[in-house]
Design a binder for this molecule. Sequence first.
Ligand code: SF4
Ligand code: SF4
Length: 104
Amino acid sequence: MSLKYVPKDLDEEASEDLKLFRDKLLAKPGKGSAGKTGTWRLYKPVIKIDGCTKCGICWLYCPDDVISWRPREYPDIDYTYCKGCGICASVCPVNTIEMILEGE
Ligand code: SF4
Ligand code: SF4
């Protein structure tokens, strides 16, 4: 007789793992310990939602934790604190984040 692990609900378990990762294991950069850091920005990341696959990679890599994202949802950038570093745009696997010069 062999034992076989059969997950009850893969989606639910993946969601639980992600929650654990997000809440307990992921280092959390703080928003705006230097004030409203969005004023430092020269280039602004703009997500072209049509191309977004909701993968969450941008959320994972943003060093300032200013991208909100939940599984199966589109990400949202908090421009009050986004410094415009461009990391989100460089890691987006489908290149759907464009860095636009502020004021354009
Ligand atoms: S440009 Fe992207 S990665 Fe950089 S702070 Fe803003 S949202 Fe985060
Ligand atoms: S990395 Fe790109 S495709 Fe993935 S959630 Fe962010 S914007 Fe969407």
